[in-house]
Design a protein around this ligand. Sequence first.
Ligand code: SF4
Ligand code: SF4
Length: 208
Amino acid sequence: MIEIKRTIKYETDRVKGFGREVMSVPGCEQLEQCIQCGTCSGVCPLSIYMDHSPRQVMALTRSDFKREVLSSVTIWLCASCYACAAECPRHIRITDIMYELKQRAIQEGVYPRRFPIPVLAREFTRMAQHWGRITESLLVLRLLWRTNWLEAFGMWRLGLGLWRTGRFSLRHESIRQRADLTRMMASVDDVVIGALPPPAANHRRGAR
Ligand code: SF4
Ligand code: SF4
């Protein structure tokens, strides 16, 4: 069934203060200075797959269009290559803003339903917080269950091959001192989603 959506945005769609909130986070302050030049979209290797280009995400965030930004697939497709941040003439840390938006989308549960990347990030974080280690087999099962479990049928050969070669363990992993981990996690306000960025890519294309 085709879902028909309104594409025009109105003043009433804005969540006043959202942009200010994001810009108050250390590292995101420069967003205020965006001149909408589109360089970020032009250098982004993934912008052709995004529903809103990086430039649009910056504009929507600054203009308080919270729902549009947090439910966008763009923030999840961002590969953290930092190409946009390296080229931005206003030195805006676009990648860090994407991270901030991802965290907010998970906290508010408004990421695209059944989209694998946020589901994987959430399940990974939960497992790491609870057990201190990742049980890959359980993580994959949880991911498939919460996204598209039918895919499991098409992946059984791959799983078997990985298991046979010792790349995929069925053993439940856990650290010994889980109580220490719980205490440590309780002392941290926010858990940063994701890890260190991968090496920079620098593909140039026309601005979007
Ligand atoms: S490159 Fe920088 S200034 Fe230009 S649109 Fe992107 S964020 Fe804004
Ligand atoms: S960090 Fe890389 S993938 Fe993410 S928006 Fe910037 S250029 Fe695109």
